[in-house]
Design a protein around this ligand. Structure first.
Ligand SMILES: NC(=O)c1ccc[n+]([C@@H]2O[C@H](COP(=O)([O-])OP(=O)(O)OC[C@H]3O[C@@H](n4cnc5c(N)ncnc54)[C@H](OP(=O)(O)O)[C@@H]3O)[C@@H](O)[C@H]2O)c1
Length: 279
């Protein structure tokens, strides 16, 4: 809610000036596109970018996935807008690219926060389910980067930040297609980080541990799974979307200008402890 951050809920033309900047990162004059900008993590990132004075385009397939909280920002600030995109369609990505080009003529920050997951043992996974996950998480990442990095190359600057997963590095049961897509996404982004480094484009990743979001709502509603997961997390809590947004903001800022092809793991110490269970 806007009132949470001390904003006038009725907004108005001074909205941009009123938005509090929690991050102390100034992204004035920057244009950011957040793919999956209506998801729990994408929304938090979109709002954090807006609070740092960036102009933000939040994109996803369904307008009805916009939360009431995000909607308040969309209704009250001219610096944030919503656009439809389905990353499994090249035409749809081209359309989004056209809108951003026409409105801003550039993109400085591209966030890849889209994603889907199907949870079942690989022996029960159909070829259609496998393909769907690879299409959205991996091929979608390739296509979005292909179009938007062209714009960054023209301006000789840019930041691309992919939200990957611990599964890009570690095996976790029952999500083989998702893990494969995230492992692929991670290697794809590392590779293009090298290819685009001469254009002053930084490409990095944030790998979340267990974050409480729409995606994890079902699994974390199981008390047994909740507790067994919590036992493996030294900080004894699940992550919040704002924990991910914090790392993304650093990677979006000039403070990270000499970092590329890297991953920041944000997991409350889960992997640092090698999953050791506290007695
Ligand atoms: N939550 C966690 O614990 C966790 C852990 C590791 C990694 N991650 C990653 O973090 C990212 C965000 O996840 P989340 O937890 O915030 O999930 P979420 O709330 O389900 O958000 C997913 C977002 O992706 C969008 N999306 C899905 N399919 C799309 C498509 N074909 N084209 C464009 N947009 C599409 C969704 O919007 P529409 O449905 O409207 O298109 C939504 O905005 C994902 O990449 C996820 O894999 C999450």
């Amino acid at each position: 809610m806007l009132t949470e951050v001390g904003l006038n809920p009725h907004g108005g033309e001074n909205m941009e000036k009123i938005i509090r900047n929690d991050t102390c990162i100034d992204l004035s004059e920057k244009v950011a596109v957040v793919i999956g900008g209506t998801g729990s993590i994408g929304e938090e990132i979109s709002i954090a970018l807006l609070k740092s004075n960036a102009s933000v385009v939040a994109a996803s397939r369904h307008k009805n996935s916009i939360s009431l909280r995000l909607n308040e920002f969309l209704e009250n600030s001219k610096k944030i807008s919503y656009q439809k995109v389905d990353v499994t369609s090249e035409d749809s990505i081209k359309k989004l690219y056209g809108v951003v080009l026409e409105k801003y003529s550039k993109v400085d920050i591209l966030i890849l926060a889209h994603g889907i997951q199907i949870r079942k043992p690989f022996l029960k996974l159909s070829i259609e389910e496998w393909g769907k996950i690879i299409d959205v998480n991996l091929t979608g990442t390739f296509l979005v980067c292909k179009y938007f990095s062209e714009l960054m190359i023209k301006k000789n600057q840019g930041k691309i930040i992919g939200i990957t997963s611990l599964t890009s590095k570690f095996g976790i049961r029952d999500i083989s297609a998702y893990a494969s897509s995230k492992g692929g996404m991670s290697m794809f982004l590392k590779t293009i980080a090298i290819e685009l480094s001469e254009h002053n484009i930084n490409i990095n990743m944030v790998a979340p541990g267990r974050i409480e979001t729409k995606m994890t709502k079902n699994i974390l509603s199981n008390e047994e799974i909740r507790l067994s997961n919590l036992r493996c997390i030294p900080m004894r809590r699940f992550g919040l979307p704002s924990d991910i947004a914090g790392a993304v903001m650093f990677l979006s800022s000039n403070s990270s200008n000499y970092i590329t092809g890297e991953t920041i793991i944000v997991d409350g110490g889960w992997t640092a402890s090698m999953g050791n269970i506290k007695k």
